[in-house]
Design a protein around this ligand. Structure first.
Ligand code: AMP
Ligand code: MG
Length: 501
């Protein structure tokens, strides 16, 4: 018989704590009364080399609540600023999160391990620094869904109930999330030091980021311009992926945009149901600034704020030159995004090969989206059922439209384009399409029912089931038909998401 391992081993290698004094405040997590492990991500733990094969549940609860600090952890709250809904806030920082440390995982990748909801820090600005169980499980679930979809994201290692209540609009059970990230450095981290005219700090931060995320740029004479390009490239790729699965982040403030290119901070996010560029669910986004269709432009706007922090590094002696070079990068963002989006859309449409001229595919994709919008077709199912149509079974697709006639002209164009492919093996085409068009996304009503059950009944069954469904988003499985279905229209019509702090 195996003994549960009594030590979860973190092989810490804390570069931020060691090398970046002045960029954070050391701070211990608050002690919580009665921590209980709600979920532990064993596969991720394995990837991180934690030696947590058969963990002792109560010990894990102590560690992932912050009650017991693993040896070598150096908990700290990172400083950052940020543009929130377009307005600059010069000090935000980790007000409810702490970086415990970093380690190098089994693939040689450096990962941050952080607690979220672990109590007040010097950056809390009057907030309690805590989190409720609903938002913690939400971040767990959506992050894991994004990962399973193949989209860069922070991950969830553990969720722990704290045994205390937190006061929001009402009293709610508290929880703490353990978040794993390539790093927690944001556009807002750069803005914090740039706003204070601490040029040496901005340079140190840029050098740190280059070493961590873009080591190939080390030693390049124009490395700061290249860093801007690299971050822009990662964001263009990320945004293309979000848009292709209908993900709406909901609060794309510059403090919620990483330089690593990972999606971070799952607060008021949601997946789109019926297609609309105007889709917005966040209760605080009354102007629709962060609506689905605005996201690429907002990423570009955020990158402009990032570029501004780097100008003096890009060229100290010729500011005009620096401005021109940085502006060129920003101006190139949308076309780069569009190229990446089109290449993803092409795969979703079942076209293996790009023609010499993009124009036709671009039009076909746009007309498809227009059709989905016009008939309020479910975005996820629309794409997925196209795969069946590729195999000669258009019925399920047609059923999503008010009439066959609404779809027919477009479908004929699409079939003609499909027929131009070198291979006519329809089964192979359909299979390739199913590998990029998910059948299961975390449907908003499913997420809410799982979180409500966990919050009000302490029952994690629905959460576990949903986690299992979204872990394999591309494999249609019998018995899970309900999970592929959109929410009732009445639900979506009044669905609102909250920042959930
Ligand atoms: P977010 O909405 O997660 O992007 O957070 C924006 C800012 O508000 C960050 O500086 C957070 O640390 C801070 N914040 C959010 N919730 C809390 C809370 N409950 N207590 C203290 N600070 C918070
Ligand atoms: Mg944030």
């Amino acid at each position: 018989m195996h003994q549960p391992s009594t030590v979860i081993q973190f092989r810490w290698d804390n570069s931020y704590a060691e090398r970046m004094p002045g960029f954070y405040v050391s701070c211990a997590p608050s002690v919580v009364p009665n921590p209980v492990l709600l979920r532990f991500n064993s596969r991720l733990a394995e990837e991180l080399g934690l030696n947590a094969g058969e963990i002792d549940l109560s010990l894990a609860a102590q560690i992932f609540s912050g009650n017991e600090l693993p040896a070598g952890a150096q908990p700290l709250a990172q400083a950052y600023a940020g543009h929130q809904f377009g307005g600059f806030v010069s000090q935000l920082g980790d007000g409810r999160a702490l970086l415990l440390g970093e380690l190098v995982d089994g693939h040689g990748r450096r990962r941050d391990i952080a607690l979220k909801g672990s109590g007040p820090t010097p950056f809390s600005r009057g907030g309690d620094g805590k989190a409720a169980v609903g938002p913690v499980l939400r971040e767990y679930l959506i992050g894991e869904a994004m990962h399973a979809l193949g989209i860069p994201t922070t991950r969830a290692l553990a969720a722990v109930g704290t045994g205390e209540q937190v006061m929001r609009e009402r009293s709610l059970p508290g929880a703490i999330l353990t978040r794993v990230a390539a790093s927690h450095i944001r556009v807002g981290t750069f803005e914090y030091f740039a706003a204070r005219r601490q040029d040496d700090h901005v340079r140190a931060l840029a050098d740190f980021v280059i070493e961590r995320h873009d080591p190939n740029l080390m030693g390049e004479a124009n490395r700061y311009l290249l860093l801007l390009k690299a971050v822009a490239e990662r964001q263009a790729a990320l945004l293309a992926q979000w848009m292709l699965v209908g993900f709406i982040h909901g609060v794309m403030n510059t403090d919620n945009m990483t330089v690593s290119g990972e999606t971070i901070d799952y607060g008021p996010c949601a997946f789109m149901e019926s297609y609309s560029p105007h889709a917005v669910f966040s209760s605080i986004d009354t102007g629709g600034r962060y609506a689905y269709g605005n996201q690429p432009m907002i990423a570009r706007w955020n990158l402009s704020r990032f570029a501004e922090t780097l100008l003096s590094l890009i060229n100290d002696t010729a500011p005009d030159r620096a401005l021109t070079e940085a502006t060129d990068v920003i101006n190139g963002f949308m076309s780069r995004y569009q190229a990446l989006w089109l290449s993803g859309a092409r795969a979703k449409l079942g076209f293996a090969i790009a023609p010499a001229d993009d124009e036709e595919d671009s039009l076909l994709a746009q007309d498809w989206l227009d059709l989905l919008e016009q008939h309020a077709v479910d975005f996820t199912l629309g794409w997925r059922r196209l795969a069946d149509a590729a195999e000669g079974n258009p019925e399920l697709l047609e059923a999503l439209f008010p009439s066959v006639d609404a779809l027919r002209p477009w479908l004929e164009r699409w079939r003609r384009r499909l027929a131009q492919q070198p291979t006519s093996a329809t089964a192979a085409t359909a299979e390739a399409m199913r590998a990029v068009n998910p059948i299961y996304i975390p449907r908003n009503h499913r997420v809410e029912e799982a979180l409500a059950s966990a919050t009000h009944n302490g029952d994690l069954v629905l959460f576990e089931r949903l986690l299992d469904v979204i872990a394999h988003p591309y494999d249609e499985r019998p018995g899970l038909e309900d999970y592929a279905q959109p929410a009732p229209r009445e639900f979506t019509a009044c669905y609102k998401t909250f920042c959930g702090t």
